[in-house]
Design a protein around this ligand. Structure first.
Ligand SMILES: Cc1cc2nc3c(=O)[nH]c(=O)nc-3n(C[C@H](O)[C@H](O)[C@H](O)COP(=O)(O)OP(=O)(O)OC[C@H]3O[C@@H](n4cnc5c(N)ncnc54)[C@H](O)[C@@H]3O)c2cc1C
Length: 339
């Protein structure tokens, strides 16, 4: 059914969730308009480093299906689309507490133990994961959508009714933290995060991550992204501004040096050295869930009568860059059904 005004489909949000959903729609022949609100909280997607780190949330069977599909899709992009900003690379994970992970996940990622386990950790593993350079990936996704004829409009959508009045029949709500207001969903909460990008002067070839269970009580990660390093991070629940603080960035650099030292890298002291810093960034993760849960991602169709519907696709928390191709596929299946 063609819309009277505007395209039949609208997507609210041009973060990684909205862009991948838009491409899935366009690939199935839909005409799509994408709305973005540039005055809103800083989108999570632009600040994410990002490495394939799916976090369990919601139904375990859905988590497994989403993880497997997204891992394969990103691996295919790394193999066949050199300009996408996606590459497969080693991630070393260090744990202060013994991790609990499903066996299928270790199998999927080819996880193997690192031995001997360096002090002060109780477990150490290595796996091969997608590394996504969001500064390349987001413009690449957008140009793919534009080549498919998608129109991008910089306009804040105040309500679903407003978007229906433009003539759209199906609206995909991929608004990240903006979904809290649009969908009146109290489970959506902002979680501010800071990172620092530096030159890779130490020739690091693998990424590192700890489980945030050390004495600092905060995570340390060093991701090799293209020719630079991204050091993180912070998790400030409830915070949705764009600010960064020097003390937070210095804390990140100290924690990352300690992690690299424990790993045994000979040049750990040079990490984040003066003059190597490229940029400091902050983003707001769209977490969703009751206390202690962050990734109860909502992918659900809400009928609005007269053949109209909203398909919600938000609440990706800490793992939107990882799983968005899977949430996009499910959302578009709901939006287009058997068309
Ligand atoms: C520091 C940091 C590190 C991270 N690291 C990783 C990682 O390693 N791996 C990983 O997988 N994920 C990581 N993440 C999480 C990941 O970035 C997010 O899960 C993901 O970007 C969420 O994408 P999104 O499209 O849902 O939201 P966003 O990127 O926030 O996009 C929301 C979009 O909605 C639009 N919008 C909102 N309200 C409205 C409105 N009313 N009208 C019109 N448009 C609207 C905004 O303009 C924006 O375009 C990280 C995040 C941060 C901040």
């Amino acid at each position: 059914m063609a819309a009277e005004h505007g395209t039949e489909y609208a997507v609210i949000g041009a973060g990684v969730a909205g862009l991948t959903a838009t491409i899935e729609l366009a690939l199935r022949g839909a005409e799509v308009t994408v709305y973005t609100d540039t005055s809103a909280a800083p989108p999570a997607s632009e600040a994410a480093p990002a490495v394939f780190t799916p976090y369990p949330g919601g139904d375990p069977a859905r988590f497994q299906r989403w993880t497997e599909h997204a891992h394969q899709t990103l691996a295919d992009l790394a193999d066949h689309e050199p300009r996408s900003g996606v590459e497969m690379r080693e991630l070393r994970e260090y744990f202060y507490q013994r991790p609990q992970r499903p066996a299928w996940l270790d199998e999927l990622l080819g996880t193997r133990p690192i031995r001997p386990i360096p002090k002060p950790f109780v477990e150490a593993t290595s796996s091969i994961r997608a590394h996504i350079d969001m500064l390349t990936y987001l413009p690449w996704l957008r140009s793919m959508a534009e080549r498919a004829g998608v129109e991008f409009v910089e306009q804040r959508i105040a309500s679903f009714d407003q978007a229906f009045r433009f003539g759209h029949r199906v609206i995909l709500n991929c608004a990240g933290v903006g979904a809290a207001r649009l969908a009146a969903d109290a489970l959506v909460k902002p979680m501010h995060g800071q990172v620092v990008h530096t030159r890779n002067d130490i020739g690091l070839t693998y990424s590192l991550h700890d489980d945030a269970a050390g004495p600092a009580g905060q995570v340390a990660y060093i991701f090799v992204i293209d020719d630079r390093l991204v050091l993180g991070g912070t998790f400030d629940a409830g915070r949705s501004d764009q600010g960064t603080e020097r003390t937070a960035i210095d804390g990140i650099i100290q924690r990352c040096r300690a992690l690299l030292r424990a790993d045994g890298h000979p040049r750990w002291e040079e990490l984040g050295a003066e003059g190597s810093e490229l940029r400091v960034m902050a983003g707001v993760r769209p977490t969703r869930g009751a206390a202690g849960a962050f990734e109860e991602t909502r992918v659900e169709l809400q009928p609005f009568g007269h053949g109209r519907a909203v398909v919600h696709c938000y609440g990706h928390g800490r793992s939107g860059a990882s799983i968005s191709w899977s949430t996009a596929a499910d959302a578009v299946e709901l939006a287009m059904g058997g068309e």
